[in-house]
Design a protein around this ligand. Structure first.
Ligand SMILES: Cc1ncc(C[n+]2csc(CCOP(=O)(O)OP(=O)(O)O)c2C)c(N)n1
Ligand SMILES: [Mg+2]
Length: 533
């Protein structure tokens, strides 16, 4: 007899789900029993960290990852991390162990009551099989739900007595199954977009994080260079869709109606690729666009298209559309293409550290000069983000990861996940002294699995971004904004991660160099001054 467990383990191997990020309880043990060779289990000590690691891993591989959580309580602990995965369209299949089928009705301890609704609306699909034989099929459904259309996390709750039951013969049909997606715009719509862009006096491109997530970077860059368009990154980016020192780069759009309108003012045609229109996060109401600006929008997410308050949205593959537009525009121009612009911008000089306290820009200047060009940065230092974009020189796809919903607790775990996914790339986590605490136990996983991430903690003693926000909102001094007295060196060592503090640019550079050359994680603590985002 082939058990549901064996079928599922084979299915995982066949589908490339060879890494399980989890934190177990009694309900999950029967699933974990006899995990075959070829499947590795990565233990996180808190479920927010488990999902954060899986999120970084899935984003950096571009492939779905499997998560295993403990019933309702483990799932509950993971909900903050799921807000990020949901916003970044990260394909995760999140599973949770359920109590024995026959006992769930009276709601015993560890029952996951109404499991499929627990993660709503953070998962794009959720289910609990009505019988044991449906477990493998439902997991496969969860995988395709996570990876097709608008991608995102899905959730499946499985009673733990299902795993030992006999699987159905018809499960033989499961492994050869495939879902193939092709999202190409019909030619008349491509002509319409290419016509408007080609005739534009001053075209603008707004590139979103999804450009990097689906690998449309090169196609979008070709499009920008062909048009000679100004390029912005859409507000609140969680990935880097365009090199930030490229001569056409105009910065990250401010996350407010007023800021976006002012930036796009003067463009007659704006094409948004791979972002919602728009994620306004600061309330500064204004007309969405100046008179004379037309906004076109290409997204792979039908819901993103549906909820946009203005513009003409096209639901289509980003790479295919950008490539097709490049071809159509090149043809319009008789096959000639201008030479790509070459004068990349030079980052500003940052002030020297004074008495061991760095301007955040000075930290980034050191990283820029020390870490290799293909380094992937996982950033969660909220008040210093403007400085990060100003001072870094990021050219490679997959260079930048940020918590997509703004939910803190992503930085440390996601960096571990990114490095597990991409051992070939250096990985540096840049994390604030407030943010680090939400995912601090990721240090333990990094130490135990020997994941060579360099964790740089920016220690300004406060929730800097909230200090700035309190100024914006005019709230005056409010409680709960400072985080003094945290010794990250002791904490890191306690979790098994070697740690040191840097007081000068030379010391920081040396510690980063050593960390990048090490075969395990390193934490570097840097005191920073409070700056505004
Ligand atoms: C889970 C969660 N809780 C609270 C917040 C609110 N929040 C936004 S920014 C911030 C401060 C983060 O401080 P730190 O990491 O030290 O960065 P700094 O702003 O000082 O650069 C907080 C608490 C949040 N975004 N997510
Ligand atoms: Mg801080």
């Amino acid at each position: 007899m082939t058990t549901i467990r064996t079928r599922t383990h084979r299915w995982m191997l066949e589908r490339g789900l060879d890494t399980v990020f989890g934190n177990p309880g009694s309900n999950e043990l029967p699933f974990l029993r006899d995990l075959p060779e070829g499947i590795r289990y990565v233990l996180g000590l808190h479920e927010g960290v488990v999902v954060g690691m899986a999120d970084g891993y899935a984003q950096a591989t571009g492939r779905p990852a499997l998560v295993n959580l403990h019933s309702a309580s483990g799932t509950g602990n993971a909900m903050g991390a799921l807000t990020n995965a949901c916003n970044s369209h990260t394909p995760l299949v999140v599973t949770a162990g359920q109590q024995v089928r026959a006992t769930i009705g009276p709601e015993p301890m560890l029952a996951n009551v109404s499991a499929p609704s627990l993660t709503t609306p953070l998962t794009k699909w959720a289910g609990e099989p009505l019988c044991a034989q449906d477990v493998p099929r439902m997991l496969d459904q969860a995988l395709w739900e996570a990876t097709t259309g608008s991608r995102g996390p899905t959730y499946v709750s499985v009673p733990y007595d299902d795993w030992d039951r006999e699987s159905a013969d018809n499960d033989d049909f499961l492994l050869p199954r495939r879902v193939v997606e092709g999202l190409r715009l019909p030619p008349e719509h491509l002509r319409e977009i290419a016509g408007r862009l080609g005739a534009a006096r001053r075209p603008g491109l707004v590139l979103g994080s999804e450009v990097d997530a689906v690998g449309a970077n090169a196609a979008c860059r070709d499009l920008a260079e062909l048009l000679g368009a100004d390029v912005w990154v859409a507000p609140s980016p969680y990935r880097l869709p365009f090199p930030n020192r490229h001569p056409l780069f105009r910065g990250v759009l401010p996350a407010s109606e007023r800021g976006v309108r002012a930036a796009l003012d003067g463009c007659d045609v704006v094409l948004v690729l791979g972002a919602p229109v728009f994620r306004y996060h600061q309330y500064e109401p204004d007309r969405y666009l100046s008179d004379g600006t037309v906004l076109l929008h290409v997204t792979e997410d039908p819901q993103e298209a549906a909820r946009a308050p203005f513009g003409i949205s096209y639901v289509a593959g980003l790479t295919a559309t950008a490539r097709a537009l490049v071809d159509a525009l090149a043809e319009q121009r008789g096959g000639t293409r201008p030479a790509p612009a070459v004068a990349w911008t030079v980052p500003p000089a940052a002030p020297e550290p004074v008495d061991g306290v760095f301007h955040p820009g000075a930290v980034f200047e050191v990283l820029r000069g020390t870490a290799a060009a293909e380094t992937a940065y996982v950033v969660e230092s909220t008040s210093t983000n403007g400085d990060f974009w100003r001072h870094m020189d990021l050219r490679e796809p997959g260079s930048y990861f940020w918590p997509a919903s703004g939910g803190l607790g992503f930085g440390l775990p996601a960096a571990v996940g990114v490095k597990l996914a991409r051992p070939d790339r250096p990985v540096v986590a840049v994390v604030g002294d407030g943010s680090a605490n939400y995912g601090i136990t990721a240090l333990w996983t990094a130490a135990q699995y020997r994941v060579p991430v360099v964790f740089v903690i920016l220690k300004n003693g406060t929730y800097g971004a909230l200090r700035w926000f309190s100024g914006m909102l005019g709230t005056g001094e409010v409680p709960g904004l400072d985080v003094p007295g945290i010794d990250f060196l002791s904490i890191a060592r306690g979790y098994g991660v070697p740690a040191a503090a840097a007081g000068t640019a030379e010391e920081l550079a040396e510690l980063v160099r050593q960390g990048l050359a090490a075969d395990g994680p390193t934490l570097v603590e840097v005191r920073t001054e409070l700056t505004t985002p």
